[in-house]
Design a protein around this ligand. Structure first.
Ligand code: NAI
Length: 232
């Protein structure tokens, strides 16, 4: 399997869960770090999903190490939160370039060998705010909502070749990305989560493993949000 953004947070947990389940794991991260597992079944690659050349080079390295990629988890993403009236073109462009175009780039590259081999699972990490919105997150929410259209188009286009394309929509998961949020924002979210707690990275990892082994689930959005989005 191939996963982007695996040096920490959700990606690190997804990489570890697939490794534990017996998969070969290739990780791509711009930080040059990986999930921290030293094993011949883990290849830790450096590069940015904003570069077609770097994504291609990472896939070539992954294929050289482990053969064709059977599952992609497009996880790398960024936030650049700002109130709407202060959100710059650069804030908007940065989230679109990473979260949307960067994901598209990985999907296109992964699909190449999946189409030829007539099997594969494409899993995109979206967000609950792609459906319910988020204050100060016009750019981020739009980039994550777009992944649903991307996945569903891929599902329609190559579903008959044994390929699935689904989105996981995590809610509020305890990671470095969410640790920086103001205490009042955290408290306000907690009030709205029926589960009464924030999510753990492994909650998302288990959903990704499920989708990697679910050949008849296609074009779906799987919420992992403790009920925050009520199934959306
Ligand atoms: P994080 O910020 O802790 O980790 C993101 C990882 O992606 C880092 O390892 C970073 O180096 C890597 N990365 C960022 N830009 C990259 C690029 N251009 N090329 C290669 N690697 C890059 O984030 P976290 O919280 O683990 O989130 C992972 C994914 O889950 C993101 O797509 C995020 O939007 C999404 N998500 C997170 C939620 C949360 O509550 N933490 C909620 C909903 C979605």
């Amino acid at each position: 399997m191939f996963i982007s953004g695996a040096s920490r947070g959700i990606g690190q947990a997804v990489a570890a869960a697939f490794f534990e389940a017996g998969w070969n794991v290739a990780t791509l991260d711009r930080r040059g770090a990986g999930p921290g597992i030293t094993d011949p079944r883990v290849a830790q690659l450096t590069g940015s999903i904003t570069s077609t050349e770097e994504v291609d080079a990472a896939f070539r390295a992954a294929e050289a190490a482990f053969g064709p990629v059977e599952a992609l988890v497009a996880n790398a993403g960024i936030v650049a939160d700002r109130p709407l009236l202060r959100m710059s073109d650069a804030d908007f462009a940065a989230t679109a370039a990473t979260n949307l175009a960067g994901t598209f780039r990985q999907v296109r590259r992964a699909a190449r060998s999946m189409v030829a081999r007539r099997r594969g699972a494409i899993i995109l990490i979206g967000s609950v705010v792609g459906s319910i919105g988020g204050i100060g997150q016009a750019n981020y929410a739009a980039s994550k909502a777009a992944l649903v259209g991307l996945a569903r188009s891929v599902a329609r286009e190559v579903g008959a070749r044994g390929i699935t394309a689904n989105v996981i929509a995590p809610g509020f998961i305890e990671t470095d990305m969410t640790a920086d949020l103001a205490p009042q924002v955290r408290a306000a979210y907690l009030e709205r989560i029926p589960a009464g707690r924030f999510g753990a990275v492994d909650d998302v990892a288990q959903a990704a493993l499920f989708l990697a082994n679910a050949p008849y689930v296609n074009g779906a959005v799987l919420p992992v949000d403790g009920g925050l989005g009520m199934g959306h």
